[in-house]
Design a protein around this ligand. Structure first.
Ligand code: ADP
Ligand code: MG
Length: 398
């Protein structure tokens, strides 16, 4: 069980605290189009301000590829933060340079500043020790609150912890508490639901989950490789032929372990993938045992929606990663809505991970009824795979 120190376990008053946040927000013409990640970071920042820390925030934004490119400046983030916090957030014009040091040195208790985009330095993603040391020299304490990059060993997400006391902020703390508990010591029955399009990426999650869950539900684009492994016809549906054998293996493993593995029993099909994705689409529902040769499965059918929702009903812990269909299209969103609704109606601990699943739950208006929506797509996937995340491993134990 992960037992990492958080900001509430240490004394931050009067100390310079370097906080790695995830401010990788979409920016168009200098305007932030979705500030969810900034809002998500506020509890940790406010706690530090209220406890008289001298707060030095840092983050990456976009892919500047190791050069100073003001197209990727964090200036809009500094301004937005200032609005939310009701106080000026100074933006350093560099990351580890003179301006960063000067501004850090002049911080007073409760002040907040932001370093420029850490990925202006190639040393960031290379996890260069000298760069980590330089970052660390700005502060006395390191806080990681960027779960979205916790699966990466970069200087600001992991390397810097070699040189400073290192603890987590509230976002990572919640990931550890809720996801960590679900994977280590879940209330049962424990149901996992996997879907989405990244078939090969997620197949490796299945192996880990099979040794933990009571019921494993597979829908979305992942399902067809499993259906193929059962010898069923999948038409032109998304299929990873190189993984058919693996899926057959997993079906066998599930049986050996007594895990109930649920696959779609009916499928919403169309002759073509909708173009544009939310454009009109001609659909019919067929049995999942024999999808016609010239049709592709794009959502789970009505019987499957009921089957999956019923499985969720009895659960005490539910983890969901990946939409059940092409939810971007209203005609093909029914499966995803049904599963989101089932989680919302459930008294279980419900956890949603994955960029698109999290977006779906938010867009569909179910977010407030979910116990925890993970803030990192790739990171939550690696967490589910049972991998060690460098951005968490590097933190001090309690
Ligand atoms: P997440 O980001 O939640 O981890 P993925 O990125 O793996 O999920 O997959 C999300 C995408 O999967 C969505 O864009 C959705 O349209 C697509 N998808 C879901 N079901 C299907 C399907 N049957 N065929 C093709 N694409 C699908
Ligand atoms: Mg995705």
């Amino acid at each position: 069980m992960l037992n990492k120190k958080s900001i509430t376990d240490i004394d931050v008053a009067g100390k310079k605290v370097l906080v790695r946040c995830d401010f990788n927000v979409p920016v168009k013409d200098g305007v932030i189009t979705d500030d969810n990640r900034i809002v998500g970071a506020l509890p940790t920042i406010r706690y530090l301000v209220d406890h008289n820390a001298r707060v030095i925030l840092c983050s990456h934004l976009g892919r500047p590829k190791g050069t100073f490119n003001l197209k990727y400046t964090l200036a809009p983030v500094a301004e937005k933060l200032g609005e939310y916090l009701g106080k000026k957030v100074e933006l350093a014009s560099d990351v580890i340079g003179e301006d960063a040091h000067a501004k850090a040195a002049s911080l007073k208790d409760g002040d907040v500043m932001l370093l420029e985009n850490v990925r202006f330095h190639a040393e960031e993603e290379a996890n260069d020790p000298e760069f980590s040391k330089a970052l660390a020299s700005l502060a006395e304490i390191y806080v990681n609150d960027a779960f979205g990059t916790a699966h990466r060993a970069h200087a600001s997400t992991a390397g810097v912890a070699d040189y400073l006391p290192a603890v987590c902020g509230f976002l990572i703390q919640k990931e550890i508490d809720v996801m960590g508990k679900a994977l280590d010591d879940p209330d049962r029955p424990f149901v996992a639901i996997l879907g989405g399009a990244k078939v090969a990426d997620k197949l490796s999650v299945i192996e880990n989950l099979l040794s933990k869950v009571d019921i494993l539900i597979i829908g979305g684009g992942m399902a067809y490789t499993f259906l193929a492994a059962q010898g069923k016809k999948t038409g032109t549906s998304l299929l990873d032929e190189s993984k058919i054998e693996y899926c057959a293996d997993m079906l066998k493993k599930a049986e050996e372990k007594g895990v109930k593995l649920l696959l779609p029993v009916d499928t919403v099909v169309s002759p073509v993938f909708p173009e544009p994705i939310d454009g009109p689409v001609e659909v019919e529902t067929v049995c999942s045992c024999c999808i016609p040769d010239d049709k592709m499965g794009l959502d789970i059918g009505e019987k499957t929606r009921e089957l999956f929702a019923n499985a969720v009903k009895g659960a005490k812990t539910v983890v969901w990663n990946g939409p059940m269909g092409v939810f971007e299209n209203p005609t093909l969103a029914k499966g995803t809505i049904a599963v989101a609704q089932a989680l919302a109606d459930s008294d279980a601990v419900t956890i949603v991970g994955g960029g698109d699943s999290a977006a779906a739950v938010q867009q569909l208006g179910f977010a407030s009824k979910i116990t925890h929506i993970s803030t990192g797509g790739g990171a939550s996937l690696e967490f589910l795979e049972g991998k060690q995340l460098p951005g968490i491993t590097c933190l001090n134990d309690k």
